[in-house]
Structure formats: C-alpha cells, structure tokens
Design a protein. Structure first.
Length: 275
C-alpha cells in the first residue's frame, strides 16, 4: 500500500500508513522536520539504524540516503506531520535572520527532546488537516518560520546544517558504494551523491571494481543477505527489504540462482542445529 498523504499544502503534510508496513528508499531533496503522532518508523542508513515512535520529533537532512519502514503499532496507524524545509524558504529565512555558526555540522538525523515550544507548535498544525479549503500561503510561511525559530532555540548548532546550501561534491566512489550498496536506488542517484553524472559514475565504477554497477550491487546484496541468514539467524522475510530487494519472491529467485539453494534452506539449517 502506498503512503497516503493529506498533501494540501505541499510543504506541510500529514502522512498515514494503515496497513502492515510501508517501505521506501528516499534521498530527500530538502530537509524534513517530522513529528510522529502514532505508529513507528524505522530508518536504516549505511552505518546506523533508528526506530522512532509516537511523540518523537526529528529532522532528516537533505541528500541523506535512507530506507524508511513505517508501520502501525498498538492498534493505531502510522501517522506523522512532515514539514519540508525547501532551500528557497531557508534562504529567505536567513536573509532576515543572521546565521549563527558554531562547530561544523555532521550530516546526520537530529532528534529533539520534548519541549513546550515543540508541543504547542505541532498541536497548532494538526487541526489544519481538517480544513476543506487550502491553507493560505501567508500562514504556511508563518508556520515554517515558527518551526525554524523553534529549531534554532532548541538546537544552537542547527544553522550549521540548515544554512549549508552546497551540493554534493565529487567524493571517493569506492568508499561510498561500500557503505551504501544496500540501498536500491537508481544509478543516477548514486552518481549524484558521489558528485558525478551517470556516464562518469559508470566509467569511474568500472575503474574501481572492474565490473558493472548492477552486477556488483547484486553480488554485495546477496553476500549481506547470506551473512544475515547464517550469522544473525534472521528470516528471509525480515531482511529482503534491508539488503536492497523490492520483493521476497525476486530475492528468493536471485538468491537461489546465485548460491544454488533457496534462502529458506539456511533458515531451516539454523533451526535444526538449534543455534
């Protein structure tokens, strides 16, 4: 099931998942400021994973490669308020509000403790989704400015992230791919995040790995899956999303073709051995 959204205002969205789970792999073009109302969201990145639940508030930076798995909990659907902080809005904000830089920022998810300003802010947003008419642009602008002011109040180093408008530069392709191969993204996106055009990405990839991106990615994802099944004792249904496959049947087919036996055989072996 797709992620259902009440998206009247584009930059302020109520996201709702009512079925078992919803999974997507996204590189956000803009920073996203999120309050989870109910359900849970698991965010999987190259070197870490996070689980967020009802009442959690977070900021996901732009150009951050992540897998998102959203699912109901305690009989309630996954619901969240998502505010998109576009580059245009941020530049407009910082022309009126001097940037306060501190230490260089880390391009990571930021979380926020409960705070009266945050609680009152999101309480004021939720009733908007009951409106039948569009929210006036002036109010959208005011609410985004309010959100940015609260963020700067609760996180003194936030300007280092929000006021950084640079685009990804050319980085070490091999190092990036070794960290991010489990994300099932278009080659154009991999190229963009390494600071390359698609043509240059493919050329540099061949120099680094002596094969095509598609073959290498499949090999790496299958090796990761094999490790998760044998060493971690996980089941195929638990891992196929996380290692970069879109559905279980395709994962099982490719796995058997590569290793000569289905992934369920490893699960059965583990069960028989009692380990």
């Amino acid at each position: 099931m797709a992620d259902k959204q009440q998206n009247k205002y584009a930059e302020i969205v109520l996201s709702c998942i009512e079925e078992k789970y919803f999974k997507d792999e996204i590189i956000l073009e803009y920073h996203s400021f999120i309050r989870i109302i109910s359900g849970e969201m698991k965010v999987i990145q190259a070197d870490s994973s996070f689980t967020f639940g009802a009442g959690d508030t977070l900021l996901i930076p732009r150009n951050e490669l992540s897998t998102y798995i959203k699912y109901p909990k305690d009989g309630r659907p996954y619901k969240s308020v998502v505010m998109t902080l576009t580059t245009e809005r941020l530049k407009r904000f910082y022309t009126k509000n001097p940037i306060q830089l501190s230490e260089p920022h880390t391009h990571k998810i930021r979380t926020f403790d409960k705070h009266p300003l945050l609680e009152s802010f999101f309480a004021s947003i939720i009733p908007y989704f009951d409106l039948s008419d569009e929210l006036p642009e002036k109010i959208i602008s005011v609410k985004i400015e309010e959100a940015l002011t609260i963020l700067r109040t609760t996180d003194k180093g936030i300007d280092n992230l929000l006021a950084d408008f640079s685009e990804p530069g050319k980085i070490d392709l091999a190092e990036f791919m070794e960290k991010n191969y489990m994300f099932n993204m278009p080659m154009e996106k991999f190229g963009y995040l390494t600071g390359r055009s698609l043509t240059t990405f493919k050329r540099d990839f061949k120099k680094a790995f002596y094969t095509t991106p598609r073959k290498w990615l499949t090999q790496k994802r299958l090796e990761l899956a094999h490790y998760q099944l044998t060493e971690k004792g996980r089941k195929p249904v638990e891992i196929f999303y996380e290692v970069g496959f879109e559905n279980l049947s395709h994962f099982s087919f490719v796995f058997k073709k590569h290793f000569g036996y289905p992934p369920t055989e490893l699960t059965n072996r583990k069960a028989k051995s009692g380990s």
